[in-house]
Design a protein around this ligand. Sequence first.
Ligand code: NAD
Ligand code: DAU
Length: 340
Amino acid sequence: MTQEVFNPTNIIVTGGCGFIGSNFVHYVVNNCPGVHVTVLDKLTYAGNPENIAGLPEDRVELVVGDICDAELLDRIVPGHDAIVHYAAESHNDNSIANPEPFLRTNVEGTYGLLEACRKYDVRYHHISTDEVYGDLALDDPARFTEETPYHPSSPYSSTKASSDLLVRAWHRTFGVRATISNCSNNYGPYQHIEKFIPRQITNILCGIRPKLYGDGKNVRDWIHTDDHSSAVWTILTKGIIGETYLIGADGERSNIDVLRAILERMGKPADDFDWVRDRPGHDRRYAIDSTKLRRHLGWEPAHTDFLEGLDQTIAWYRENEDWWRPTKEATEAKYAAQGQ
Ligand code: NAD
Ligand code: DAU
């Protein structure tokens, strides 16, 4: 259990054309000189190569492909010193409508990557979620820690929990050099407009009333995606192999508070939204205690003012309509069919 600094020079980032993975690719290019990134991304509905456009070609290469493709992994993994695994089906509502792709990508895909890491002795960092721990009551003072038992609620979170358990088993049984991080809800630019915050911002920009599930009292623990990226780099380079680290920035807020903040900042009345059908099995509250990451590895979030981060995010969606507009109609049609 000695803590050694790991200095990777040639890493694979799966899902590097998605919201959080692409942020990490930018982070590495901007902060980690001499590190080359191979992005492996299938470019599903959630992947957009525009998210990493313009980065220097000698630092970033995009390989379009599926993490479930073992032959492809045999071709590209050798020669890399680490895989940082972001690729996933990531949206709870989609997992309720059709769980199958979640099992395939989140469980089988992780299995394939672990096998490749075992075969080629490549270090592995696994990106996971606080949702593996289930939910907390609104009046419970507790927060999730690395010791909280797994208790996932949705098809999405159960596949993420399954993939975490595979990582632990491949580390213990086969000695794969792995770390895991479980992060809370991310917000920021480039998030797919199916997700809560960008859905409401783009609804308002389109003249559609925002949609709030259930009673709106559900609490999420928001972290800016830049802070998630800096935490992952810290864990990859300084974390102890075999350990799990929780990532969070003390950002608990109820959904109705977040929505009211968006409405206010976009010049709309506080009640200018629709209450819609609740998500089945809707987790009540998530809350992260990130003491271990802060104390053991010295990480701290930089974006501690949520409203400032929200303003920056609103401005980004205002200024980048070309990025989200082509998918808006289909996204809302899918929600409308679900009564949401
Ligand atoms: P996203 O849906 O925006 O992006 C997922 C990316 O993975 C896309 O680029 C997609 O094309 C790619 N992908 C999907 N299936 C693939 C496959 N079979 N092979 C190769 N590429 C594939 O997701 P996100 O919100 O950026 O989340 C990234 C990771 O972070 C996920 O593992 C998610 O569970 C985790 N996470 C997300 C949050 C959050 O708030 N969004 C919080 C904690 C953890
Ligand atoms: O906690 C980490 C997780 O955060 C990640 O693992 C997931 O990949 C990520 O999608 C996110 O999951 P949530 O389900 O919490 O995020 P979502 O943006 O879908 O919803 C946030 C909250 O807002 C949730 O309580 C449901 C609610 N909601 C969502 C939408 C899309 C609404 O009230 N209205 C909406 O239109």
